[in-house]
Write a protein that binds this ligand. Structure first.
Ligand SMILES: [Zn+2]
Length: 126
C-alpha cells in the first residue's frame, strides 16, 4: 500500500479520466454531485465537484461512493497551505502599510512645527 511521503498515511492512487494518478484517502465517502465545493474521485476516475457525505447512514439518495483527494486531508499539506497563507497575509499587510505610509508622506507637504515651548517650567524640589 503506497504511503503519503509527507504524513505517512496509507493512500490509494486513482487514475483520473484525464490520465493523471491522484493520491486519495483510502476510505470511501458517499457523495452528492451538486450542492458543494468539495472534490471527490470515483473509482472510474471521475473527478466530481460536489458534496461528500461522511455519514454512511445518510438518509437521502447519493450519487455513490468516491474517495477524497489526499491533499485535502493530509495534515502536512494543510500545515503547508496554512504557512503559505500566513506568508501571503503578512506580505499583503506589509504592502498595504507601505502604501499607507507613502500616501501619508505625500500628504505631508511640510513638517509641522514643533509644539511651541510656552516657557512654563516646572521645578521639583530644589
Ligand atoms: Zn499526507
Amino acid at each position: 500500500m503506497p504511503r503519503c511521503k509527507d504524513c505517512g498515511a496509507e493512500i490509494s492512487f486513482v487514475q483520473t479520466k484525464g490520465g493523471r494518478w491522484m493520491p486519495c484517502d483510502r476510505g470511501y465517502v458517499l457523495y452528492v454531485r451538486h450542492g458543494g465545493y468539495e472534490t471527490v474521485v470515483t473509482d472510474t476516475g471521475d473527478v466530481v465537484r460536489g458534496c461528500s457525505v461522511q455519514n454512511m447512514n445518510y438518509p437521502h439518495p447519493t450519487d455513490g461512493a468516491a474517495r477524497i483527494p489526499h491533499f485535502v486531508t493530509c495534515p502536512a499539506a494543510i500545515a503547508r497551505r496554512e504557512a503559505e497563507r500566513k506568508v501571503r497575509l503578512q506580505e499583503a499587510i506589509a504592502a498595504e502599510k507601505a502604501e499607507t505610509d507613502a500616501r501619508r508622506a505625500a500628504r505631508t507637504v511640510k513638517k509641522k512645527p514643533e509644539k511651541a515651548n510656552d516657557g512654563a517650567q516646572l521645578s521639583f524640589g530644589g
